[in-house]
Design a protein around this ligand. Structure first.
Ligand SMILES: [Zn+2]
Length: 165
């Protein structure tokens, strides 16, 4: 367990996770602070062996998430998206197993759109648009749900307990 990660184990923390994130105001932060935030979120995500992390999962109220997914070249591509918004949702869906760093020890199958288009801002405050499909689209939808105060357990058809927790 990573101590910095907020989980549903405590009622007060679950309440925080279920609050909608507030927009990130670039003008209130220096570039150095923004870079440090992204570096910190990336480090915590890696330490927790996660593929995505939203700011409210480390106790921050603003709308930012980080994610990492394999790219077409066989490497890993890292994303940090500020104030993300789902612009388009594809019609086809996929059901797949999901877990969450904030819901330790539980897994469940969640149906999500196979393809989405997300807009938002990168850490430089520049507008970005990402077409995501498959695994990346799933991670993005999971993280954007977090920023809307939703958890995967709300959408999972069936939940399984893992023995490690
Ligand atoms: Zn999660």
């Amino acid at each position: 367990m990573i101590p910095e990660i907020v989980t549903i184990a405590k009622k007060k923390d679950e309440k925080f996770l279920r609050k909608k994130a507030v927009p990130f105001e670039f003008k209130n932060f220096t570039q150095k602070e923004i870079n440090e935030l992204v570096t910190r979120m990336r480090r915590i995500m890696h330490e927790a062996n996660g593929v995505g992390l939203s700011a409210n999962q480390i106790g921050l109220e603003f709308a930012v998430f980080v994610a990492e997914a394999p790219d077409a070249q066989g490497g890993m591509k890292f994303y940090a998206v500020f104030n993300p918004k789902i612009e388009k949702v594809g019609k086809s869906t996929i059901t797949f197993e999901e877990g969450c760093l904030s819901v330790p020890g539980q897994w469940g199958e969640v149906t999500r759109a196979e393809q989405i288009v997300v807009s938002g801002y990168n850490k430089m405050g520049k507008k970005v648009k990402v077409k995501a499909w498959g695994f990346l689209a799933r991670v993005f939808q999971h993280e954007i749900d977090h920023l809307n105060g939703k958890l995967f357990v709300d959408k999972a058809k069936k939940l399984y307990a893992s023995e490690q927790s």
